[in-house]
Each structure stands twice: as structure tokens, then as C-alpha cells.
Design a protein around this ligand. Structure first.
Ligand SMILES: *Cc1c(COP(=O)(O)O)cnc(C)c1O
Length: 398
């Protein structure tokens, strides 16, 4: 049986840019993943946890009042906000944690920015009896206190990172350093469709359940495929998960929404595709992809009101989807996301994550330009409870 996945690259993007000492661990991971994909017992165990622990399938909701108000396309939400721990991240964390058991390892390390992936990792570790260390920048620890407390309650150790800008990219550096040192018994549980092969492919496969369910649900509900599928793109895992269900349906337009922050011209954003002057192809955290860089080629500082979209690089598969024009990418500003957030709260009774609000903002822009018989599917990647402090202080500012 084959033990490697193809391709390791997405056109010119992706690959494995890691220290020599990590190559055996990547090969072991790839072999374990390929074997698990072909193992009915593993698939059954994963699917059972998705059903009985995560609460899948997550529903598809037709947001009638929003659609009516926009006066065009019918908008449907895929409700990843209703998954256990409040976002799609648990799908991937559980899949990788099951692989860790299979590889006979006992310890996971993870990075986290806002804390959502840290909480998902700590949750999976608690469920499966694994030791869990989460690296988190000191700045993020200060602004995401409730999630730090959650991770500790779940039995994880949260290690503050004081290097660099003391945010997500520094936490990733430290997690990789730990992994290199302890690779014999430790797995790096990466939280998005990023990093060296096989991570981008593996994370896509664990998140593809979103697209499979959504395709079946929308066909059942409307009798047709959607015209447009919209998802927000940080590293790109929720987007690649939902896109994977429709990528072979040529009639379905795929739209990724990056963080426009204070606007592209301000330089304060995380729109890797949206700012060709500053985003160049480079190598970051083990993969070749688009990276926002400053004039010296250093990783640029990014800004977004949503911590989950606030990262300088985008997953390598998205870079290829964009080059081949199978998917299109746009951005929504902090203000547009906050407006969409408020709208969904008030007229649909759903408090979305600020990340997901970027995808809703694009639906708000597009729906009025489409016919009433057309369909937009938005992947609502998470719920907004974690963002209430941010929203309160942003509203105070306006
Ligand atoms: C982390 C996060 C994101 C961004 O990550 P992707 O890998 O791009 O999906 C989006 N939405 C929510 C709710 C998140 O927690």
C-alpha cells in the first residue's frame, strides 16, 4: 500500500521547508495519515466522534430575513458555529489527535493566536488522554484571557511566548522548536491548512466534512447547487474544507474573504492576495506561499479586528486555486465585518465570530446583485461569544 500522498506541492506552492531533523517525523505522519485514510476502523472512529462529541452534522440555515432585506439571492449558512467548542477547528484537532494515538505518541504541542485552536487542541487531548502544551504569545494571552482559562481547565499547559511581536507567528516558531527537540514522543497539532506537507492536505481532508455535508444539505433543501460559496480565509482551513465539497462543480463560484483591516491602502490588514505590492511568494513556517512582507523581506505586521484572520501567510492550496482562477479572493474591512456581525445578530438571532462576519459581509455585498432564485452558501466558521469584548470596545469607538 502507498504510504505517501500526492501531490506534496500545489503547483509552485507548498513543499517541505523544514530542518533535516523533522523530515522523518513528516514522513511518519504522512504514512500514518495515508494508512488511516484507508482504514475503515479509523474512519468509523473519527465519524463517530464527529457525530457524538462534536454534534455533526451541523445544520444548514436559510436566513430568510437577511435574504429578504438584501433583496436578491437566497442566503444559507453552514453552521460550524454550532460545533462543540464553537468553531470548525475541532474537526481537525480531533482528526490529528486520533492520528497521534495511532502513531503511539503521547504528547501534542499546538500554537494559538486568539486561543480557539488552543481550546480545540486541549479539548481533543482531554478526550483522548494526551498531554497538551499550547504556545501562545504574551500579547495574545493578555487579550484572550477567557480562552487561556479554558485551556487550563481542560488540563493543557499554556506556555507564554515572549519573543518577537509576542503573537501568533512567534507562538508557531516556539511550537516548531519544541517539536524539533521532542519529536520522538511529540506531535505538532497545526491548526490551519498551512505548514509543510502533509499538513495542508491532511487538514483539508479533516475539514472536508464541512463541504460534504453542505453539498448534500443544500441539494436536499433547494434541489440545486449553490451559485456561490463564500468563506473567510485566515490560514485557510474552513475555506478549503467547504470549497472541497464544490471544487469539481464548475458552475459553483468559490469566494475567499481575507481580512481588509483598516483598508488595503492603510497597510493595516491581512489581505495577502489583496495587496500585491506587499505580498510576495516566500517561505514561511515550512511552506512556500504568499506572505505579506516589509521592504526588507521580513514578515510584515498584520492587523484585523478578528484574531483568527490576523496572519501574514495564506495556505498554499489557496495560492494555486487563485492562480488557476478556480477560486476568487476579496477582502472585507473591520468596519464591514462589524456591520455584518450586527446585522446577523439583530435580524437572524445568530451571533457570529468576527472571522465569519467577513464572509457574511461579502454575502451582504453580493446578494443584492443576484436574482431571487439564486443561492449563496456562507460557511459560518464559528460563534461570536469569544469576540464580545472586542465588539463592545469597537462599538465604544464609533
Ligand atoms: C481560526 C478561525 C478562522 C480562521 O482559520 P482558517 O484556518 O482560515 O479557517 C476562521 N473562523 C474562526 C471562527 C476561527 O476560529
Amino acid at each position: 500500500m502507498a504510504t505517501t500522498l500526492h501531490p506534496a506541492k500545489f503547483g509552485p506552492y507548498g513543499g517541505q521547508f523544514v530542518p533535516e531533523t523533522l523530515m522523518p517525523a513528516l514522513a511518519e505522519l504522512e504514512a500514518a495519515f495515508v494508512a488511516a485514510q484507508n482504514d475503515l476502523d479509523f474512519q468509523q472512529e473519527f465519524n463517530k466522534l464527529l457525530a457524538t462529541f462534536v454534534g455533526r452534522p451541523t445544520p444548514l440555515t436559510h436566513v430568510r430575513r437577511l435574504s429578504e432585506q438584501l433583496g436578491g439571492a437566497q442566503v444559507y449558512l453552514k453552521r460550524e458555529d454550532l460545533a462543540h467548542t464553537g468553531a470548525h477547528k475541532i474537526n481537525n484537532a480531533l482528526g490529528q489527535a486520533l492520528l497521534v494515538k495511532r502513531m503511539g505518541k503521547q504528547r501534542i504541542v499546538a500554537e494559538t493566536g486568539a486561543g480557539q485552536h488552543g481550546v480545540a487542541s486541549a479539548t481533543a487531548a482531554a478526550l483522548l488522554g494526551l498531554d497538551c502544551v499550547v504556545y501562545m504569545g504574551e500579547v495574545d494571552i493578555a487579550r484572550q484571557e477567557p480562552n487561556v482559562f479554558r485551556m487550563k481547565l481542560l488540563g493543557a499547559e499554556v506556555r507564554p511566548v515572549s519573543s518577537g511581536t509576542r503573537t501568533l507567528k512567534d507562538a508557531i516558531n516556539e511550537a516548531i522548536r519544541d517539536w524539533v527537540t521532542n519529536v520522538a514522543d511529540t506531535h505538532y497539532l497545526l491548526g490551519s491548512a498551512l505548514g509543510p506537507h502533509p499538513y495542508p492536505t491532511m487538514v483539508r481532508e479533516f475539514q472536508s466534512v464541512i463541504g460534504r455535508e453542505a453539498r448534500e444539505q443544500i441539494l436536499l433543501e433547494t434541489g440545486r447547487l449553490p451559485d456561490t460559496v463564500i468563506a473567510c480565509v485566515g490560514g485557510g482551513s474552513n475555506a478549503i474544507g467547504v470549497f472541497s465539497g464544490f471544487v469539481n462543480d464548475d458552475s459553483v463560484e468559490l469566494i475567499g474573504v481575507e481580512a481588509g483591516g483598516s483598508g488595503i491602502a492603510s497597510g493595516k490588514h491581512a489581505a495577502r492576495f489583496g495587496d500585491p505590492a506587499r505580498a510576495r511568494v516566500g517561505v514561511i513556517h515550512g511552506t512556500r506561499t504568499y506572505v505579506l512582507q516589509d521592504e526588507d523581506g521580513q514578515i510584515a505586521e498584520t492587523h484585523s479586528v478578528s484574531a483568527g484572520l490576523d496572519y501574514a501567510a495564506i495556505g498554499p492550496e489557496h495560492a494555486l486555486l487563485r492562480d488557476t482562477e478556480r477560486a476568487f479572493y476579496t477582502s472585507a474591512t473591520d468596519g464591514e465585518a462589524l456591520a455584518a456581525f450586527g446585522l446577523l445578530c439583530r435580524i437572524e438571532g445568530i451571533i457570529p465570530a468576527l472571522e465569519s462576519s467577513h464572509a457574511v459581509a461579502e454575502a451582504v455585498r453580493r446578494a443584492p446583485t443576484m436574482g431571487k432564485d439564486q443561492v449563496i452558501l456562507v460557511n459560518l466558521s464559528g460563534r461570536g461569544d469569544k469576540d464580545l469584548n472586542t465588539v463592545i470596545s469597537e462599538m465604544g469607538r464609533q
